[in-house]
Design a protein around this ligand. Sequence first.
Ligand code: GLN
Length: 540
Amino acid sequence: MTKHIFVTGGVVSSLGKGLTSAAIGLLLERRGLRVRMQKLDPYLNVDPGTMSPYQHGEVYVLDDGAETDLDLGHYERFTNSDLSRDSNYTTGRIYLSVINKERRGEYLGKTVQVIPHITNEIKLAVRKLASPDVDVVITELGGTVGDIEGLPFLEAIRQIPLDIGRQNCLFVHLTLVPFLKAAGEVKTKPTQHSVGQLRQIGIQPDVLVVRTERELGRENAEKIALFCNVEKNAVIEEPDKEFSIYEVPLGLVEHGLDQLIVDRLGLKAGPIDMSEWQYLLHKVRNPEHEVTIAVVGKYIQHKDAYKSIYESLDHAGIAHSTRVIVKRVEAEELERGDPHSVLGGVDGILVPGGFGMRGIEGKVDAIRYARKSEIPFFGICLGMQCAVIEFARNVMRLENANSTEFAGDTPHPVICLLNDQRKVVEMGGTMRLGAQACLLEPGTRAADCYDAERIVERHRHRYEFNPAFRERFARAGMQITGSSPDGGLAEIVELPDHPWFLAVQYHPEFKSKPNKAHPLFVGFIEAALAHQQQRVQMSL
Ligand code: GLN
């Protein structure tokens, strides 16, 4: 029978609940268990796809085209859990489903209420992931205990043990024990209050994972155990990590969390093997090289807006024993001055995806600078579209060439909407989304990186390279090196005469893992290292 772990958070948000949940998934997999991961988000958007990255950071896209919370990125990077549309539910999606059922008359005249109809719908969403080939479902609840909007979810997970047996469920609560400078000590009271709130709802946590900036100490751990009604060995300290997020799972193993879970849930598990992660961490701690990559974007100030891109750069760095320093460049800043003053000295330039007009000209300037100064360039989604625009304007001399997203009346619409997208009126879930195949042109840089002829990558965009311009670009020196299987859509462009200039219409960053860096990121960092070497040699 599938067991369930529920991860809630208290005291403050941004404690790294997603990372901790992913780490728990990893530990269980490392003990030979089959895990499935899920996130419940208590906001009313049906999915995060319609939200600005300023709200919740990046929108993470799955193979099936689901637009999900970025915590699912942690799940995919840390575990082998199959993720799908069923792995992320929001309040909005739950309500939509209940209201649709009500409209179809499925409640047979009953008054439709939060309890039991909404809570039943939530329970269904959780239990859907249980199956004979899954040992443990880990469900993370977004938000913080005490939020009004989280209540139906807490109520639903409170009920699940009644349906399937308390012994089959484990509640993990993540809290913060702050260090008060003025008092010179750590404070356990917020944790006590947050657990108190959970218990009021009827949930007694089994395990407390306590985030700390200063060591908790035995006495405090015992105090928390006593006041929160959990066993002493179930107060697991998770200190701030200095180096890397890869320390998180190793720290949890050190504190015995995997064994605790295995014992509590009565799981049949093998011994733990964390050697691969220890090796990863060793490489992160002892880099042999260092490169600086400029990421030129629009949502640069938000820590998580390009989360998967930053992670993928790290992964590729690990593959090359290289520390990747990211220089976050606000695209608009480039519009105000000479790009050299900002980008001079970087080893590679990456322009990520995005929407809307702001910063476009700055991105185009950055790409022009990369092209002319022969700095390795990697364009992703909007980054590819900007590379096409830059090439059209500055090499092909197509004045005012643009994407129709930014200039509906451009004389040279090198990026535009193609047939299917022209008819779309609704915003949510209507982009070109999810995994799609792409055929690679043999002998190109793309084919070389992937070492394959056919790849599958995830998309999230409306606009495309305008096929009417295909021939002209090829003649001018921008090659299309990856296309949709029917040949209609350009997925990758390259400049063969440049040391490394490659841009893709899809999002490779969603498929990179710490122990399996994405081939294009690996190629990009390799080129950045080569560029750095060359620069050093030239300055000698
Ligand atoms: N705004 C562009 C489009 O919709 C690019 C999207 C993206 O970068 N994800 O096609």
